[in-house]
Design a binder for this molecule. Sequence first.
Ligand code: M6R
Length: 610
Amino acid sequence: MCGIVGYIGYNEAYPILIEGLKKLEYRGYDSAGIALFEKEKIDIIKTVGRLEKLEEIADGNSPSCQVGIGHTRWATHGRPSDENSHPHRGCNGDFAVVHNGIIENYQKLKDWLIKEGHVFSSETDTEVLPHLIEHFYQGELLTAVREAISRVEGSYAMAVMCFREPDKIVCIRKDSPLVIGIGKDEKYIASDIPALLAYTRDTYILDDGEIALVERNGVKVFNGNGEAINKEIFKVDWDQEAAEKGGFDHFMLKEIYEQPSAIKETLEGRIDLDKDEVKLKEISLTREEVQGLSKIIIVACGTAYHAGLVGKFALEKTTRVPVEVELASEYRYRNPIIEPGKNLVIVISQSGETADTLAALRISKNLGASILAVTNVIGSSVAREADSVFYTKAGPEIAVASTKAYITQLIAMYLIGLYLGQLRETMAPGEVKEILDGLRCVPNQVESILASVEEVEELARKISTRENMFFIGRGLDYAVAQEGSLKLKEISYIHAEAYAAGELKHGTLALVTEGVPVVAVVTQRHVYDKTLSNIKEVSARDAYVIALALKGDEEINKVADEVLYVPQNLDFLMPLLTVVPLQLLAYYAALIRDCDVDKPRNLAKSVTVE
Ligand code: M6R
């Protein structure tokens, strides 16, 4: 949440900062600001509202200069307002700070600073940072930032400028991401790689506790003990086009259409075609360790959690080890039961930076579990702290609503399940091949769903005037129903709830009245008749039933008002197909309702706060 950028070089800083912020707007977009050096002072231009508003104010009014920092905000402490926007400064205006994270002890620090004579002008936690730096400054910015940060509890990625040291930016991170881009005689700072891609592929990814002194001609990185360290350059292999809209109206639609290739990329190199086996070199567990597993716990948030729900089916079927799926924000505050050496914890996170997921990882690791991270972002925090990492190869996902990341997380669940199942020898002869054959068909089948979106668009029009909807299903269909429901409410603001179809009559059926749309996912053949009965229950209450069914299912036409067909594959793999029309339904409903598809209200892509 919140995006920060910085530039130091010989080019005009303003357009570079603005372009960088545009790439980071997905991290927060309720206010924005920049700080630039002027002859007499550091000039700060900031405003509540989207980045365009900042541009309206700053275009033509920003001083010509070659050093600056910028920020796009997702409010945590203090409502979105001009005063609460970043950058923040101290009393004398010598320091400007942009910050992503939360200063947990800010109130204590603020009270103390006020007693010391500091005057605050915002409600934010961040503002204590420039005041603290000002307090400790004795002619060296790097030392003052170190001193200040030693008093701070919480999470931060921060960039600081000092008027008295105009050729430096100091940045530091703990529990919030920060990347430095290395150009010739110029350096870039950003919360995330897409903001750097237009300028460089050479980066330093800062680790927790590291602080960097960034100058035009070099970057010095120090660890938490103040020792200089030799940071390895991390070469980014994403191209810039991958982080652009590429002719689509929205990133979300582009990302939905990228799913067939994202699936292929994620499968690529992980299947031994000669032996029809899954090979996951990235998993460090030995055969004996896998055979000794007594429990697998999947921990994640939001859409990644929904991928985990499918993962439970995948892993239990293939490994016959009990799997629990946990919301990271709940799990981390319980006292989870882990049998050291016998439990595998799989954390799923597109960004690899979600605060709750990261905390869950750390707790599990401390308790002796083996940690496997499934993430899309190379070098992210969960990737660096896990014992093994399965990288989904979805490419940069910019839209707040997760689509291609989810589908590749599902691929990860299937492949991990198959791999562990092979090692445990818990699968029937021919079963691995059958599933792999099914997986290989998925990209083309997704293509075929994407080739006929008109029907979904038409349905979206029909539901777009509704304020409440339900999604139902059984087994894997229920897992997908939960994702479909989240997608719809997240971007179209239609209230939607997902229920296990058999649960409806235990309460929720009371809410099903005439015309209420009910999306029924009905692809699991072993519970087909049961789900059909549940559809009849809602039909009898005059609900408007949209069924998502297998091509060739004629029976469903008799009970549903509308049917969206998806190609047939193994029941086990159907979530890979059924989720696609649900993503499109949400997309078109949001579009018709004139919602900001890529940047839904109150949300941000990367949730680095608790
Ligand atoms: O980066 P992560 O996968 O850890 O993010 C988890 C959730 O915040 C995320 O999946 C969220 O639910 C999506 N925006 C939903 O589309």
